[in-house]
Design a protein around this ligand. Structure first.
Ligand code: PLP
Length: 416
């Protein structure tokens, strides 16, 4: 008997990442963690396979009295959190614009509100593939859709031509042209748009905003920004002096940046070109918050305020985060250097939790995942490629991995 409303009947079920993770977990239970390489997990694990958390964050949370942690937060978020987190995200690259933010449950909450409040029911958001599969789920939940284009061109760089074609096509059917872009430290490739690519993208989007018919809503998913190089924040400076109908929404997250995954905190930042656009953003997103999760995680907000407002803690936190970013980078460097020597082609990696091996198609990706399993390596096929969660692999397990992938891919291709 199906008691669900009609719109709810076909949704849900486990996705590929979960299913492939399950295979790895089952094998771990059989032979032990040390005997396999489980690169399916999207969180940073230490070299013993335990979730890495920041001591400075744990101490800051412990310093806040329980009756403060336990209280409700204002719907927009505690004002000090909004101010400090905005500064933390934009750093020295704050553009001259009307900037404001509202707390969300993780980056996910901000994406939900952006999709819901800036697209009509039935309209589409654009994203380059490969991309985070949850965009589709978030959009379909409220009757919106995702239209994709190839994120990379033949040279392995940002495919501006495909992005422009998709934007111009959607512009003929809907007023708001919305593009969601996960940069820097892109999931699942580790890519970041270069300054030249940003210039090309902004010129293209500006032309659409200036066409007299459309508005542009650029949604920037920066969930992994704290693991990118400092120069990979320079793109924020492009968001000054835009037309009023060009809104940038930055969805930031405390999950990876502060290792507060389960505390569910993010910040949705508007970079608007008028007070009116900013006020409308706050009003609508406040209403969405009230109607969905109500208010955000006060324990996480209080913790971040404690860090941001005590210079000693703040310095210690930044040092701890930096050491962690370097560890991630070292793991990735070990893999990418070996890949280069073994002739294994990767999507250019700059930073982030994942490395991506492009394949001819999805079938080849599945074949590669299955082939490396014979070497006790567990990864996820995503679109036309394989995602390797470098964040989850102990340093001592990385050596030799890229060679296994290179040889397995060669064997698959020689059979075709
Ligand atoms: N964006 C990307 C690309 C992600 O991979 C994730 C989490 O895995 C998020 C956004 C949102 O994470 P959270 O809601 O925990 O902030």
């Amino acid at each position: 008997m199906d008691l669900l409303a009609t719109h709810a009947r076909s949704k849900g079920g486990q996705d590929d990442i979960f299913n492939y993770g399950q295979i790895a977990r089952a094998r771990e239970a059989e032979v032990g963690k040390e005997a396999i390489i489980n690169a399916t997990v999207g969180a940073f694990l230490d070299d013993n396979g335990a979730l890495k958390t920041f001591r400075t964050v744990e101490e800051a949370m412990a310093a806040v009295p329980f009756n403060r942690l336990a209280n409700y937060a204002p719907i927009d978020g505690l004002p000090q959190f909004v101010t400090h987190m905005t500064d933390h995200v934009l750093r020295g690259q704050r553009p001259t614009a009307y900037i404001g933010g509202i707390a969300t449950p993780g980056g996910t909450g901000g994406l939900h509100s952006a999709f819901y409040n800036y697209l009509e029911r039935g309209e589409a958001c654009l994203a380059g593939t490969p991309c985070w599969s949850n965009y589709t789920t978030l959009l379909s939940e409220t009757g919106r859709t995702l239209i994709t284009f190839d994120l990379f061109n033949g040279a392995g760089t940002f495919n501006l031509a495909a992005c422009e074609a998709a934007c111009r096509d959607v512009a003929t059917r809907q007023r708001n042209v919305m593009l969601v872009l996960n940069t820097p430290a892109h999931n699942p490739t580790g890519y970041a748009l270069s300054e030249g690519e940003w210039q090309g993208l902004m010129a293209m989007l500006r032309a659409i905003a200036d066409n007299g018919t459309n508005n542009v809503i650029l949604v920037l998913d920066v969930a992994y920004i704290d693991y990118a190089a400092p120069e990979d924040r320079q793109f924020f400076s492009h968001f000054a002096d835009l037309p009023e109908n060009f809104l940038v929404i930055v969805c930031a997250s405390a999950s990876k940046s502060f290792t507060l995954y389960g505390f569910r905190l993010g910040l949705m930042i508007a970079i608007a070109q008028s007070q009116q656009v900013l006020d409308a953003f706050i009003k609508a997103n406040n209403a969405t918050a009230r109607a969905t999760w109500s208010n955000g995680s006060r324990p996480a907000m209080e913790t971040l305020i404690t860090i941001f407002e005590e210079p000693k803690r703040h310095r210690a936190f930044l040092a701890e985060q930096q050491a962690f970013a370097e560890k991630l980078h070292n793991r990735a460097r070990s893999f990418t250097q070996e890949a280069a020597a073994a002739g294994l082609k990767l999507v250019p990696y700059r930073s982030g939790f994942f490395i991506y091996i492009p394949t001819a198609d999805h079938n080849e990706a599945v074949a590669l995942v299955e082939a490396v399993r014979a070497h006790e390596i567990y990864v996820v096929p995503l679109g036309d490629g394989v995602r390797i969660a470098i964040c989850a692999i102990a340093d001592h397990k990385i050596q030799g991995m890229a060679t296994v992938f290179a040889e397995a891919l060669q064997a698959i291709r020689s059979k075709e």
